[in-house]
Design a protein around this ligand. Sequence first.
Ligand SMILES: Nc1ncnc2c1ncn2[C@@H]1O[C@H](COP(=O)(O)OP(=O)(O)OP(=O)(O)O)[C@@H](O)[C@H]1O
Ligand code: SF4
Ligand SMILES: [Mg+2]
Length: 395
Amino acid sequence: MAGVTGSPESQPPLLVVKNLTTCYGMPANPNNEAEAGGGVSGGMEVDGDGLSSSKRVKGNETNNSDGVRASGERSNGIKAVDNVSFTLHAGEIMSIVGESGSGKTALCRSIMRLFPTAQVQLTGKVILNGKDLLSMDNSQLRQVWGLEMSIVFQDPMTSLNPVMRIGNQVSEGMRKRQGMSKKHSRELAISLLRSVGIPDAEARYRQYPIQLSGGLRQRVAIAIAISCNPSLLILDEPTTGLDATIQAHIIDLIANLVTKRSMAAIFVTHDIGIAASISSSMAVMYAGSIVEYGATEDVIRHPTMRYTSALLNTAPKLDAIPHTRLKTIPGQPPNLAALGNGCPFEPRCDAPIDRCSYERPQLTDCDTQPATHLCACWNPRMPANVPENIEESSQ
Ligand SMILES: Nc1ncnc2c1ncn2[C@@H]1O[C@H](COP(=O)(O)OP(=O)(O)OP(=O)(O)O)[C@@H](O)[C@H]1O
Ligand code: SF4
Ligand SMILES: [Mg+2]
């Protein structure tokens, strides 16, 4: 699955995710906890690596060498991420959209291998800059966190350390991971704070998170995430809860950073308008799987999987008659612990066929679309049924 946004095929992808599956659940043998170790992030103590300090997780120190269980021992759990594959090139922003509980955060955490519990099983491949992250041990992972990939979480008030000055949180990674002097890292941190649009950066450097507004805190979180120049930036709903003006600033900021620093970014959002404005490729998630994937414009103009078109139809329209009710998708997202063999969207679908009830469709070329536009549907929509004005709606 490559080149959805026209990236030159000669340029190898920065990130390859292949058949990634994340299973949350109790071990088949609960007495085996110590052997299971810290799951994917056991023993992880992110320290000055561009991940914010309060996100540090001290896992079980008795974890095994690679921290990842690949056996079938925990197959009785739920698959929060189910057989996900995609590629990402430098300079590309991929958006991930989907309803609450569809597995967006689980996918981000799986790519980062950020799990605090002993009850997570990861299989598949995550290759970043040619390195297989799932086969790394914890010390190797620490060389990747912050330096090669970073994550920004939705709520900066919980991701920033409330008792540590802003400046120290931004410069910590440069000092501890890149060996920079205190003076040099301070200068760079202040210039980083300026570059993410924080006014009066010198004064802010000495302040605590509580002294900043939500928008400024989110900018600080972004500054921390990019402080060690990672090639991959993952943003898990970085603008949710911010007002429209701040959202627009943060989106511009991210787009500029990706271009200037030749990074790649994964941008998780509930807002199709924001996804349309920032991303060149889009993945739609449902029940832990990507059900549609392609160039953002293709996906939005020609949604093919029935869930995607239903989701796009829920986006507010600028030309809608005032006070009309917003459309919703009937029914509820499925219980991941009780999925059948068929398409998980079948109970809510407006055009299921027999096969949908007993066989889960896999992501594959949609007959009517470019070969880079993939969908998982037995009865895909034809191109004529295009939701209108999605690209103009942003809230
Ligand atoms: N630690 C956990 N243990 C067991 N199940 C979990 C755990 N964390 C998440 N889940 C389940 O995994 C599924 C995916 O959750 P996830 O947080 O990735 O959804 P999401 O798409 O990010 O939702 P939202 O839009 O609300 O953030 C959900 O069914 C959730 O209940
Ligand atoms: S596979 Fe079937 S049930 Fe699922 S979205 Fe497509 S038509 Fe609907
Ligand atoms: Mg989430």
